[in-house]
Design a binder for this molecule. Structure first.
Ligand code: HEC
Ligand code: HEC
Ligand code: HEC
Ligand code: HEC
Length: 120
């Protein structure tokens, strides 16, 4: 299935470039509000109790969201299913698109301009 993998560093460097631009425009003031907080999810349900508040591994998202079920739910989304793709099947790291404390991004767009998702 996975005929090749996209080096994480490539995505990172694009994101890094963007972040630098934003950070120079406005100084960072810690994370924005948690999108899940409005759904009654506590910080510790993603970050762990007493754990460092930093990037969350995908398996943590999977304690509540099943990637297979999710892919089935968005199978009809146009122009293509965001939760199932040629490169990673259903295993694309969630936080490549969904961010918790800031606007989400479209991981596919830099390489595929026709996949113009609106990521919640
Ligand atoms: C749904 C999971 C989730 C919940 C709930 C959550 N976070 Fe996060 N947090 C993340 C992710 C993922 C990142 C990595 C940055 C990103 O992708 O948004 C992060 C990053 C952070 C960071 C590092 C700074 C940054 O923006 O990268 C801090 C600090 C933080 N979270 C604090 C909190 C606090 C405080 C709460 C509760 C109000 C909370 N988080 C709730 C997922 C979560
Ligand atoms: C403790 C359980 C829990 C964890 C852990 C969790 N979520 Fe959620 N998430 C929910 C619930 C409940 C909802 C609301 C119902 C739904 O849309 O499935 C939700 C909704 C969402 C939505 C839809 C938001 C919208 O506006 O429609 C996204 C995207 C999402 N989660 C991504 C993530 C990502 C990415 C992670 C890991 C960083 C994560 N979730 C971790 C419980 C969780
Ligand atoms: C390629 C970018 C991308 C990745 C990677 C991604 N998503 Fe999404 N996600 C989207 C888009 C786009 C939507 C909105 C789909 C639509 O239009 O209904 C969405 C919607 C959702 C929703 C709401 C679904 C609903 O029924 O309304 C949840 C929950 C969610 N994603 C969780 C996750 C989790 C958990 C992961 C990792 C297993 C993940 N996503 C990986 C782009 C992505
Ligand atoms: C770093 C660049 C890059 C990123 C990011 C990327 N792709 Fe691709 N993608 C490619 C390349 C190069 C090919 C052609 C080689 C191949 O077919 O495997 C391709 C091929 C494809 C194809 C089959 C050919 C086609 O155009 O229909 C699909 C479907 C696809 N990608 C979907 C996605 C989706 C969905 C995402 C986001 C989750 C994504 N890609 C992210 C570079 C990328």
């Amino acid at each position: 299935m996975n005929t090749f993998t996209i080096p994480r560093s490539l995505g990172r460097s694009l994101v890094g470039l963007l972040a630098t631009t934003i950070l120079t425009a406005a100084p960072a003031k810690g994370p924005g509000p948690s999108k899940h907080a409005g759904r009654g999810i506590a910080c510790a349900q993603c970050h762990g109790k007493g754990g460092k508040r930093e990037a969350v591994p995908m398996r943590q998202c999977q304690t509540c969201h099943d990637p297979e079920a999710l892919a089935a739910r968005t199978a009809q989304v146009k122009p293509t299913n965001p939760h199932q793709n040629r490169h990673y099947g259903t295993q694309t790291d969630c936080t490549r698109c969904h961010h918790e404390h800031r606007a989400s991004e479209n991981f596919c767009l830099p390489c595929h301009t026709r996949f113009g998702f609106k990521v919640p």
